[in-house]
Each structure stands twice: as C-alpha cells, then as structure tokens.
Design a protein around this ligand. Structure first.
Ligand SMILES: Nc1ncnc2c1ncn2[C@@H]1O[C@H](COP(=O)(O)OP(=O)(O)OP(=O)(O)O)[C@@H](O)[C@H]1O
Ligand SMILES: Cc1ncc(CO)c(N)n1
Length: 273
C-alpha cells in the first residue's frame, strides 16, 4: 500500500524523459504517491528544447497552495524553475507550508545545451532556495556556476567544491560526477554536520542516452526521504535506481534518448521471483 507522498515542483518535458514526467515515473516506481507543481512548459524532445513557456506566478502559487494545504508532502523536490520570480515564490511558499525534506536540483542546462535557468536567477537560487534544502544535487558544471569558479575536470577536486557549496546553507550536498570522463561515475555526498563524506560509485555505462538522469536521481532521493530514510540510504537507493535506468536506456528519437524508469523494479522482481 502506498502511504508516502512526494511533490515535484519542476518543468514539464513533453518528451517524457526529464522534468515532471521523469519525477512522477520515479515516485511511482518507488511506491510513493507523486504530485506535481508545473513551473514551466517546455516543448522538448531527444534533439533539444524547442520552446520554453514559464507559467504565470499565480498558476504556480495556486498549484502549491492546492497540494500543500490539503494533501501535504513527506518530501518535496524542485527542478527547473527558470526565472528569479518563480524561485522566490517557490521558496516563500515552501516556508509558508513548512515543507519537509526538500531536495533542490539546481537545473541550469539540458544535455543538449539549452538554458533552463535564466542567468539573472542565480542570485535568487543561492539566496532563497539553497538554504532551505536538506539535499542539493548539482552536477559539476552547475556546482561551478553557482560558486563562480572554472569547471573542474577530475574527481579529486570534487570534495573542495562540494564543501564550498555547504557554506550556502543546505544540510547535504550531493555533487554528481556524471560529466567527468573515466571508467566510473562517481557522486560525492558531504554533510554540514561534519559527518564523513561518502562516495557513491558505479561503472560508467557507455551510452549517449542519458536524458533526464539528474532529474531521475533527485526524484529517487526525494521518494526515499519521503519514506523517512536517512540521506545516506536514500542516495544509495537512488544511485542503484539511476544505474539500472541508464543500463537500459532507450534509443528512441533521433538524439539523446531517455532512461528506463522501470528497470530498477524489474531487476528486483527478477531477483525476488
Ligand atoms: N554514463 C553513465 N554511466 C553511469 N552513471 C552515469 C552516467 N552518466 C551519469 N551517471 C550518473 O547519473 C546521475 C546523474 O548525473 P549527471 O551528472 O548526468 O546529472 P545531470 O547532468 O544533472 O543530468 P540531466 O541534466 O540530464 O538531468 C549521477 O548519479 C551520475 O553519476
Ligand atoms: C523540464 C526539464 N527539466 C530538467 C531537465 C534537465 O535534464 C530538462 N531537460 N527538462
């Protein structure tokens, strides 16, 4: 029986591989009731982003009020927010509704390079949203953009970057190493309470089809936090979930295809049967 509830506040990806669609699929696969607040509509496919249509602030506010005043959420994730005004509104409403277990995925660019956060929104992200987060999940280019430093290119530099991000106020930083080269995909978790840093390592899977991997990882963490699991364990399950999804990624469309959100469940059912 589904007893836990998670909310994603993010952009819609018409192509189904990232954004709201990836988040809801992931919540469902992990047995959590999924809800959504749509901030931006994107016209998007495997080839790129053809259109970006931010929703009216009133529409974002009304969705948040509807969901949080009635149903509530055990954990909340933010993804593509696009404008400074939407970021400030979302931060204010999250505080008003006393949102728990907030995961902030500071989405800035799609895999094809399209900009998913306006340049002038960076300050609002840093000042209003990151301090509210239990976990933030930047990839390396996002982390370096937030800090205003040049991109790093090896795993040994990840620790210093992740620790610098803790100074912006989140309780945990999960710095994703998917953008590095090498035979492994390494993510590093650091905590503001001074507990040991933990690396989550998988073999790097040779595939171009990684559309939406960041959204999927962050929503899997959110689903596990909604169940009351500690951050370390939530990240561990999420890493297994995304690794299974990438292992079975889908060669659909003519560009960067999505991953298979059902792969983790099917692998577990096979083991259990
Ligand atoms: N080729 C790969 N093989 C295995 N794991 C990968 C691969 N690429 C990315 N990952 C893992 O997928 C997760 C997402 O990382 P990534 O750096 O791709 O996020 P992202 O760039 O934010 O994704 P997106 O913006 O497309 O949603 C991380 O756990 C990362 O280690
Ligand atoms: C709507 C949306 N959110 C996030 C991403 C990042 O993958 C994307 N491509 N599209």
């Amino acid at each position: 029986m589904i007893t836990y509830k998670a909310l994603t506040i993010a952009g819609s990806d018409s192509g189904g591989g990232a954004g709201i669609q990836a988040d809801i699929k992931t919540f469902q696969e992990l047995d959590v009731f999924g809800m959504s607040v749509i901030t931006v509509l994107t016209a998007q496919n495997t080839l790129g982003v053809q259109g970006v249509f931010p929703q009216a602030l009133e529409a974002v506010e009304a969705q948040m009020d509807s969901v949080l005043s009635d149903i509530g959420a055990d954990a909340v994730k933010t993804g593509m927010l696009f404008t400074a005004d939407i970021i400030r509104l979302v931060a204010r409403k999250l505080q008003q509704h006393k949102a728990q277990n907030l995961v902030v995925d500071p989405v800035m660019y799609a895999k094809g390079g399209a900009q998913l956060l306006q340049q002038e929104a960076m300050d609002a992200l840093k000042q209003t949203l990151l301090p509210l987060a239990k976990v933030i999940t930047p990839n390396i280019p996002e982390a370096c953009a937030i800090l205003g430093i040049p991109d790093i290119h090896n795993a040994t530099d990840m620790r210093a970057v992740a620790e610098k991000l803790l100074e912006l106020g989140p309780q945990y930083v999960l710095l994703k190493g998917g953008h590095l080269s090498g035979t492994q995909a390494i993510d590093l978790l650091v905590a503001a309470d001074g507990s040991e840093a933990v690396s989550f390592i998988s073999d790097r899977i040779e595939t171009p089809h990684t559309h939406g991997t960041g959204c999927t990882l962050a929503s899997a963490i959110t689903a596990e936090l909604a169940k009351g699991r500690p951050v370390n364990e939530a990240v561990q399950t999420a890493k297994q979930f995304i690794t299974a999804a990438i292992s079975h990624s889908l060669n659909i469309g003519g560009g960067i295809g999505p991953t298979d959100h059902g792969a983790y469940r099917r692998a577990r059912l096979h083991v259990l049967s």
